[in-house]
Design a protein around this ligand. Sequence first.
Ligand SMILES: [Zn+2]
Length: 471
Amino acid sequence: MTAVHPPSVPSLAPDPDPVPDPIEDLLADLQLERAGLPGRGPVPAARRARQVAGELAGLGLSRFVAELLGEPASVPAPAPGAVLDLEADEDGRRISYETWCAEARELTGEVWRWLSERRRAAGASHDGDELPWWCGESAFPLPTDSVRRLAEVTAPVPDLSETAEAWARPTGLRGRATAEYNWRWLLLGKGLYGRPGGTLPPLNELITRLVGEARRHGLLPPGHRVRVLRRPNTPSMVMPVRLPGSSLLSLPTAVTPVTVQYLQHELAHLAEHALRPAGAPLAERWAFDPLRSEGWALLLEQLAGSTAFLARLGIDAEAAAALARFFAEEERFSRGLMAADLALDTDLAGCRTSAEALEAASAVASRTGLRWAPELLLLRQTRVLHWRSYLAGYAWRDTVRTELVARFGVDWAERAEAWALLRDALARTGPVAGSAAGFLAALAGLDLPEPREPREPYASRSHEHEETRSR
Ligand SMILES: [Zn+2]
């Protein structure tokens, strides 16, 4: 049932303009409108979606489109309305943090209702099928093997207080209770090491150099158009617009210690969009296994932790060493918070009221040593599929890296054959070949059999990746 599958090299020639297709244009316009940009069609995308509802259903895209439209089929998760302000003085920061906590507190009831409803719906609709409740977060069924890996992922909750205290000092905010704030401060606003514009290159220069690195490995065919949006104090994310033709990259304006890492992460997602085979069925082109997507992005992101890589970006040795150290700290911190999220997910199964949920969140929060406001931890539960994808993605990334090192040596990232293999694995689509398991099989030169029974097309929800990935 398996066959050797030689890696193919994707064409670097610009793709011809996509042949007009009303459904593809509609998906593109829905994505653009969701990002607050005008679509290209003269008729609003929502109206066009109603007109072609039958065709969308036939393609298995109804639920995906409903989600893009924010329709009742997918009640949006509660989220704080205001962006956390990053005040310049310590008092201002403290007030801003308290405002943010108060907002989370007001949302507690809504969050609890949303979570209870999701869990109840999962139990009712699958009735013995044992699909975890967070599968409902995905607009299409997730690959079976990935659901298993996401469900099984677990990690002990570490004590993060030492890192939090070390980070608190340069921010001017002391005390563990504000660790969450300090973290955002470092990531979105201010530098821990060096100063923006000082030791770190400006954003334009960073993008140019990182894109150059990605092109060198054939990850970004020139035909893939990318529109860059810059928004101060916003998370960075990538949205597919028309696959494989175009994507949207939204970035914060400030360059901070994690900017290099996050840009590299988003470029990985861009590559996944860009390498979609144009001839694949439409639903498959939009299908993303979150485990494969995040694992792949974590693999590429990890290259930015090498001082040699940072030197190629024009970052001096001292700053490169400091950045590499910070990236390692940040990964430990992120993984620790995600471990807390997963522990709370388990504990919430035994809770019946929002008061009990807050108690459970307090207990988990105290294990991190951060003394977090429990409301903040509870709020993160609305994105638990995302956290699971990351935490399982770290383990998957390590498996991929081990395979690459075994085949190509520790310098695999300098080997053209390694990149050809990665591109080939990444360009595969379908319920099995396009999954995290299919990627590993492709690396081993194998083809996994697709299921004999035709499945519903599947896809992850819209492919967004926030810079504030664990926030
Ligand atoms: Zn991501």
